[in-house]
Design a protein around this ligand. Sequence first.
Ligand SMILES: C[S@@+](CC[C@H](N)C(=O)[O-])C[C@H]1O[C@@H](n2cnc3c(N)ncnc32)[C@H](O)[C@@H]1O
Length: 445
Amino acid sequence: MKTFNSLVSEYLGGDLSHELAEEVEFSILGSAAQDFILRTLILMRQAGQSATDFSPYHTWELSTVIPRILPGSLGGIIPPFTNPGRHAVFDEYIRKKILVPRDQQAILIDIGCGFPPLTTIDTSRNFPDWKVFGIDQHFAPFVVIDPDGHYGCFAKDGTFQYMQPRFGAPDTSNFYADHISTKNRFKTAFNKLYPMLEIADNTTGFYEKDGYKLIQNPIKEFETEQLTFHEAEIDTCHLPYAHVVRCMNVLVYFKAQDRIRMITQAGRKLQEGGIFVAGTNHGSGSYRRYVIYQKQGGHLLPIEFAFSIDVLRPLSVVPWFTIHDDDTEATLLAELAYCIRSNSDYWQQFSARIDFLFEHHDICLRNDKGFLDGPKVQRPRQEQRKLHSDLWQKTKSEGFIGGAVDALCAAGYNGFENVVGDIAIRPGGDSRPGGDSSFLPLPLT
Ligand SMILES: C[S@@+](CC[C@H](N)C(=O)[O-])C[C@H]1O[C@@H](n2cnc3c(N)ncnc32)[C@H](O)[C@@H]1O
């Protein structure tokens, strides 16, 4: 019988510490989570990571979070999960790169905006003059919000669909630990509140009792004059041509052929010169990998593949978040991370600095056997995220982005630091033998 430790040993060539090995009970996980772990280990191996790169943060995610958010564990549903501030860096990118002529109405389409559509709302607030359209293939017709602000989504016939703790809630351990009773709590609240609601199709309404609130058509509550939402797929929505189309944390759920179809459809929604942003990141906005495409002369050109510096020493499995084998972006990220790690001058300096900062900020500590132990003080998740984000800002100010870019250029990639301070390459624009054919221009006709 395979164990998590035997798999780590097989893929990464070394055993985990006893404490870490015990945390993930591979045999009791469903097949979706087991496959996820195998893909993660393959990508970690491709990136040159070893067993000592695992931390208690990884094992917590693998045992607690990942098994609950994969479509394979949710009856095929793509979770509508999103967080405020998650795409702040893309808003900054747009501000720096997109100039809309004064006589034009600026337009952004957010494909797969999720629910509650917090990142779309963020963007609309950040660009008050733009028209923003949030589209999603499915908006839950009913949502129950509990007294702590956690929520559960329900279908028209009352079937439970999905639940999510409120972003920034100080303690979500009960929510996650006793998943079944949390789900039952939401179901009970729905069954109590639903008969009290005056139902009419396509209207909004709510009923509140004992701290629980049931809302019908909740998406409509978020609309403003500049922001509208449409339940549609990419190819079926009829919207004006956009200066920016964003599609974050959506394409990862689809196989290569479907992705290309969806990317092409997204490209057809663009104005000439407009950009399409697609990729994956953590709920906090960290651990991002993304492609920026631009519509030029009837084609959609991939103009950069970029990633945040934290993916080089991640305390999360998110850089390797995939749903299908051979995920093009994750594979390219692993290839680039491997290349940077192989530059021993850069890597020794960078890795030693990260170990020092992890220890100094009590994020994790490398013990005398070389494994990462958890922090001495357990902090609320929000505080933890702030510590991590400050640390990565510090490494940026210390010149580690430039060093990583130099390492990529020395290996023949066309590397650069992009306008938001992420490490980037121009896909297909490198000088290595064979080059990079992962991202080719797509005809839009
Ligand atoms: C993980 S959420 C991403 C939310 C948000 N974009 C973010 O990055 O935080 C994925 C969303 O994509 C939606 N989705 C999946 N396939 C889609 C499609 N073909 N067209 C529109 N929306 C889609 C799902 O319903 C889900 O709400």
